[in-house]
Write a protein that binds this ligand. Sequence first.
Ligand code: OAD
Length: 321
Amino acid sequence: MLHRVHVGSTSGGDSCAGHSRARSRAATSPIGGATIPGVRYGSSQRAPAKIVTSIAAAAIMARPASPSRAAPRPATIGAMSGPHLRDFNRIVFFTGAGMSAESGVPTYRGAGGIWKEYDYRRYACQDAFNRDPAAVWEFHNYRRRLVAACAPNLGHRIIARAGQREARVTVVTQNIDGLHALSGSRDILELHGNLWRVRCDTCGVKQQDSHEPREQLRCDGCGGWWRPDIVWFGDFLDDATLHSAKQLISSCDLFVSVGTSAVVYPAAQLPEYARAGKALRVEINPDETPASDLYDVHLRGPATEMLTRLADGDPHLLDPA
Ligand code: OAD
């Protein structure tokens, strides 16, 4: 089974994304759910050359086909109080770029999004790296610089503290910034790799590296190019990581999606496993997403505020006043 990263879109025409789309599985996403009323359930641094592209806009519009919409789930939770983290034993937080937005890490899409300014076909796919590894490294060093200036936010800390209690808490993240680990979360599945790890493109050896910028670009052992150990468009996700994510999501009792546009597959398919497993599903996002109908509860607002709401005043989860 192929698990290449792709946007659930049919637009474009670029070699990188076009190639991955052609070989990836069709994205089917039967979605259904109910919005419960109340709680609105419901730099100055030098950067690589900017290339304006229409890809990001295409990605925003990308929505997987949803041929069979499931019947809405009944609203069974107290409308005003909302779900609280302490009431669940097996929790999965499924996070995207919006999780780190309040830390200052740019998201990919929407206003100020990375793919609005940088063409991922030139900076975030293997073809681009094969053509011009130095340019791809320049872009990733720029990203290292941006992320290095950011710290975990209150939302990261609430998630980390939830995992230090009795409940089994796993973070399944699309983020490569490492902020979940920095905030103290221990059980983390990084679907798209990590900006602070490199891999030899020739011999495959891996190395943690927090240098900013990364200057050593050739492998000591074989002389091949180091590349960021992150999953680019058209790359395969690590099978074991994806398998673990599916298992944990299938068996959790609370699934909280935080700050993802739900357009990049196969990650965007994972909430389906929470539905199949009958978990209560909460979407935290200021905006509706193509997957919103899949959730029982919609918390429309920024991650820190909405996670604070899920913490419900629990002093073990919140920063001291
Ligand atoms: P996106 O940039 O596509 O989406 C960010 C989401 O966060 C949007 O839905 C925003 O509405 C939401 N958001 C913004 N600010 C927020 C806040 N303060 N609190 C909560 N939500 C907020 O990012 P991802 O969905 O993570 O992959 O993108 C998925 C993948 O596409 C990334 O992992 C990356 C990218 O291309 C690769 O590079 C392979």
